[in-house]
Design a protein around this ligand. Structure first.
Ligand code: F6R
Length: 615
């Protein structure tokens, strides 16, 4: 959601800000704008639609070159995606400009107050009040950072604000409560952005901003305070990937690149977590083994694809540790008064580390005295910072809105947590843990094998481009895989897609089956838990008897499914619990190809944002 960039330095602020906004496009947006401080004033431009509209407007009406500037890609909340509602918003005198991510809950009252004092507000946004309030404060103190602190103390809700003032052309000021904002520290230049990809081409040194902090950016450095003006401790971190990681690298879409990167992402997430003797060492976990031995319940909170990773984790955690595990949509969690205690371990899974629903769920859990472990892909983000412990996934930047490589690495991290709990609590023998780790270590190669055999899947997807519905079935861990396959198809192909537990079929969903409906079935291994396998083979026969076109994902060597599969997609043999790591991959490729065949935007599907920073 909304992308923010701020810059102070000797380069053209407009160029740096526009390039940064391009990097943030993936977050999802429907209008864009920029403002630069130049020639003793401010110059701004903003346009509804994609960045290209803004760029065209800038060709028709170029802005002067200034050395400080701010930019914004807006995902509409208050007020539609129009030119007038696009950010930046300026005060009536045009001396201060502000961009904003989040929601200012008391904006209506502030707006009425400002109107009474004679301010003219032109947009339907909650943001515009901030420009006017900043102008009022500035006229009294002539200090933008101080004005920002004073204004922030009056705002309710979640917000990231970045502002520039014509009278302080070498300063950009940012403020943060809940919504993401990261500082980049360069040589003689400083940056602010919603995430590091906006400035990674210029510097790899970054600072996390904490809750309720204001940062003043100058060429020669940054000053961070709390909203009261007290100096704040700053934590600098090094960004361990470079600009090329956030580029398409020859692929047509980021999603294709990210699907292809999965073997490496899986291998990287295992790296350094297994010692020479083959035991797990999760040194960075920051929750002691003694505390983990006391845990009597695990609760996983997450949204969307990360929630599906949690559903799969439940099978592993309960099977390997015998600790009861609940999985809950983060958006539902705190509203139903969940039972949490000091011995409950809450696991918050999030690629971005900024999903507001997940953040609110973890805050609620901590208020109830539970420990929170974050599984996260983004260093410097809010969820890990506010958790008691973190296990980072090492997927690298995920730019496509639809999550792929992050999902696989979330699964790996969940398996590691489950095994580690089993290790410290003694519910798994060392050699059992080693055996699973050996299997996990093979997964990267097996995902590679799946990727090498995807042409028939792409062909199949193209042949289904005119369909309206695709159904997905699975049992056991295959059920969340079916949910994930359906989610990918909805968000990318805009088709009706639903995932069901295959056993539920006869309790209602089988009524949806009619001649020719494509049904993807995720078949568990016939080895080990063969009862599961036999039951799903019966389910395939039931739907086929009613006319379904069956698309069967089954492991190599499973001959029992052959007579009932209209299309057979083979995946390497893995233990049942780990099968999601290979079975999900064809579903990602399927959805991506269907979206392409239907002419949809693969990386930025309609209405969606990469990181959902409002509830
Ligand atoms: C789907 C997708 C979303 C995210 C969800 C949570 O492809 O990407 O469903 O999984 O919005 O996001 P994070 O993991 O950033 O908390």
């Amino acid at each position: 959601m909304c992308g923010i960039v701020g810059y102070v330095g000797s380069q053209s602020a407009l160029d740096v800000v526009l390039a940064g906004l391009k990097r943030l496009e993936y977050r999802g947006y429907d209008s864009a704008g920029v403002a630069v401080a130049a020639d003793g004033g401010l110059a701004a431009a903003k346009k509804a639609g994609k960045l290209v509209n803004l760029e065209k407007a800038l060709v028709d009406r170029p802005l002067p070159t200034g050395s400080s500037g701010i930019g914004h890609t807006r995902w509409a909340t208050h007020g539609g995606p129009t030119d007038a509602n696009a950010h930046p918003h300026l005060d009536n005198a045009g001396r201060v400009a502000v961009v904003h991510n989040g929601i200012i809950e008391n904006f209506a009252a502030l707006r009425d107050e400002l109107a009474e004092r004679g301010h003219r507000l032109d947009s339907e946004t909650d943001t515009e009040v901030v420009a006017h309030l900043l102008a009022e404060e500035y006229s009294a103190c002539a200090d933008l950072a101080e004005s920002m602190r004073l204004v922030c103390r009056r705002l309710d809700g979640a917000f990231t604000l970045v502002a520039v003032h014509a009278d302080e052309p070498d300063v950009v000021v940012g403020a943060r409560r809940n919504s993401p904002l990261v500082v980049g520290v360069g040589e003689g230049e400083s940056f602010l952005a919603s995430d590091v990809s906006a400035f990674i081409a210029h510097t790899r040194s970054a600072i996390e901003l904490g809750q309720d902090q204001v940062v003043e950016l100058r060429r020669d450095g940054v000053t961070v305070t709390d909203f009261a003006g007290n100096p704040a401790d700053v934590r600098t971190f090094h960004i361990d990937w470079d600009a090329s990681a956030a580029e398409k690298g020859g692929y047509d879409y980021f999603m294709l690149k990210e699907i292809a990167e999965q073997p490496k992402a899986v291998a990287d997430t295992l790296l350094g977590r297994i010692d020479a003797a083959g035991s797990l060492t999760l040194d960075e976990l920051r929750i002691s083994d003694a505390e983990l031995r006391e845990v009597d319940k695990v609760v996983i909170v997450a949204c969307g694809t990360a929630f599906h990773a949690g559903l799969i984790a439940k099978y592993a955690i309960e099977h390997w540790t015998r600790i009861p595990c609940e999985v809950e949509l983060a958006s539902e969690f705190r509203y139903r008064d969940p039972i949490l205690a000091a011995r409950t371990l809450v696991v918050a899974i999030s690629q971005s580390g900024e999903t507001m629903d997940t953040l609110m769920a973890l805050r609620h859990a901590r208020e109830q005295g539970s420990k929170v472990l974050a599984i996260c892909n983004t260093n410097g983000s809010t969820i890990p910072r506010e958790s008691d412990a973190v296990l980072y996934t090492h997927a690298g930047p995920e730019i496509a809105v639809a999550s792929t490589k992050a999902f696989l690495t979330q699964l790996v991290a969940c398996y590691l947590v489950a095994l580690y709990l089993g290790q410290v609590r003694g519910t798994k023998w060392g050699d059992e843990i080693h055996a699973v780790i050996r299997e996990l270590a093979q997964i990267a190669g097996q995902v590679e094998q799946v990727l090498e055999t995807m042409e028939p899947v792409r062909e199949l997807a193209r042949s289904l481009a005119d369909r309206n519905t695709v159904l997905f079935l699975g049992r056991h861990v295959g059920y969340p895989v079916a949910l994930e396959g359906a989610l990918k198809l909805k968000e990318l192909a805009y088709m009706h897609a639903e995932g069901f537990a295959a056993g539920e079929l006869k309790h209602g969903p089988i009524a949806l089956i009619e001649k020719g409906v494509p049904v993807v079935v995720v078949v568990p291994s016939p080895r080990g838990r063969s009862v599961l396998h036999d039951k799903i083979v019966s389910n395939i026969q039931e739907i086929r008897a009613r006319g379904a076109r069956t698309i069967v994902i089954a492991e190599v060597g499973d001959e029992a499914v052959v007579p009932y599969a209209d299309h057979l997609i083979r995946v390497p043999a893995t233990p049942t619990l780990l099968q999601p790591l290979v079975a999900t991959v064809p579903l990602q490729v399927f959805a991506c190809e269907l979206a392409t065949a239907r002419g949809n935007e693969v990386d930025q599907p309609r209405n969606l944002a990469k990181s959902v920073t409002v509830e």
